[in-house]
Design a binder for this molecule. Sequence first.
Ligand code: NBP
Length: 512
Amino acid sequence: MPSATSDIGLIGLAVMGQNLVLNMADHGFTVSVYNRTTQKMTDFVAQCRASEPSAARVVGFAELSDLVASLKSPRKIVIMVQSKAVLPSDRDGVDAVIDQLLPLLDKGDIIIDGGNSNWNATIRRDKQMREKGIRFIGSGVSGGEVGARFGPSLMPGGPEEAWTHIKPIWEAMAAKVNPKTGKAIEDYAPGKPVTEGETCTALIGPDGAGHYVKMVHNGIEYIDMQLICEAYQLMKTLLGMSAGQMSEVFGTWNKGELDSYLIEITTDILQQADPKSKRGFLVDKVLDTAGQKGTGKWTSGSALDLGIPANSIAEAVFARCLSALKDQRVAASKKLRGPSKGKKISGKAKLIEAIRDALYCSKICAYAQGFQLMAEAQKEYNWKLDFGRIAMIWRGGCIIRARFLQKITQAFRKDPKLVNLMLDPYFKKALHDGQANWRKVVALAAERGVPAPAFMSALAYFDGYRSAVLPANLLQAQRDYFGAHTFERTDTPRGKFFHVDWPQKDRPILEA
Ligand code: NBP
């Protein structure tokens, strides 16, 4: 029987699990590890011994009971396995591991699900664990392999008293940000973790709050990526720019307010030569069909369920769906005609500037949608989310890390009740300053037949949100006409509903 000396256990040694273990070990924690296929565990521990400075702190076990016996009380066990459950009734690998663990645990022990679980499953598991006296945390982990290894953005949700126990480990493991610049500190190496700066983790809220916020992060990631792709497509199609030339443009944008991880990697990607043919840029050889794992779809589905117009986030999901219809698109490109080519565009520098503005304005709208969605979810699920803190957590480690998030934190710090990010003075000014160029780009895309669904839907969101009057009066009249769904009147107090038998005999008296 092993002695109870390890600080934490981790189950599931695929890419994310392994890197989180090394991260925790670098920060001085002793980690017990287990994997379903034992060979993966023995290989990992052997590899650690050969190359990792803090490898002595990684202890492998072939039996779950031995892993559990090796942990200090209250036991803290992270599960890093693929999660597939969407409906509360679904069961998946996370449930399978929990079922194996439960007979081995004592009351008060803590299970942490670090996978991309659906928040509904996390709410269900939290309730089931509570009934058994086990504390459950659903922690979103963002940043991929490198983030997990050297500092991810961590979004835990669960009971406060369980958080207190994992807090020192989570705070140590998470990415760190320079509080003055808001930029992630990325000066790390194996055995030399970053220990200074503001940490990118905090308790998000109870039960599924952490996984919900991680899901919205991913939804925003979808739209952030799509907007960059549309900027690329416009420069390529309208200005005939090469990948290398666009790399320079993105590199310049990355020095200003668009400074972000996604713009940075786009700059790198666009200048990459094709290693196979040794000719041209690799991006031009990558097939234009995008995959997806489902968190963008979950975000859009939740927005529809909660009645929040996150149309740009959904548009980014549909853009991936459309890209996947490659064969159909190739066939249609030979049959469906777009507008005639038009005159060569002059004023290249001005158009590039306009595309930059369109990208920035659309990005503001996309984040506004994501934060509105979280605001509605907190009402639905009875959470109390701190939006300034969420933006702070996203400043480092995660895929959407960006200088811009510092401004979002400031906006919610100034006004925690901010109804929509677009109404904050900084973002309002950015939208006002950029909208002429944004409209120009959207109009040009429409005129020239270049698909720019995210730019267009973001602009429609902006225009819709700032419209005191929308054509929903006619829509509601239509609903009343065919379905007696009733309507409210503009000349009576809200909450009074009317129905008429359409068509009415009376006709309005029209003034000549
Ligand atoms: P995978 O999902 O690819 O692999 C799962 C690992 O868990 C394997 O090593 C597998 O063992 C083990 N496992 C155990 Br133990 N019990 C299992 C069971 N009952 N069913 C399935 N697997 C079981 O791992 P990953 O890519 O590291 O992702 C882990 C989680 O982290 C996922 O939820 C993922 O969505 C999330 N995530 C991933 C990323 C990323 O960039 N990859 C980023 C953020 C979050 P085996 O060796 O026997 O198959």
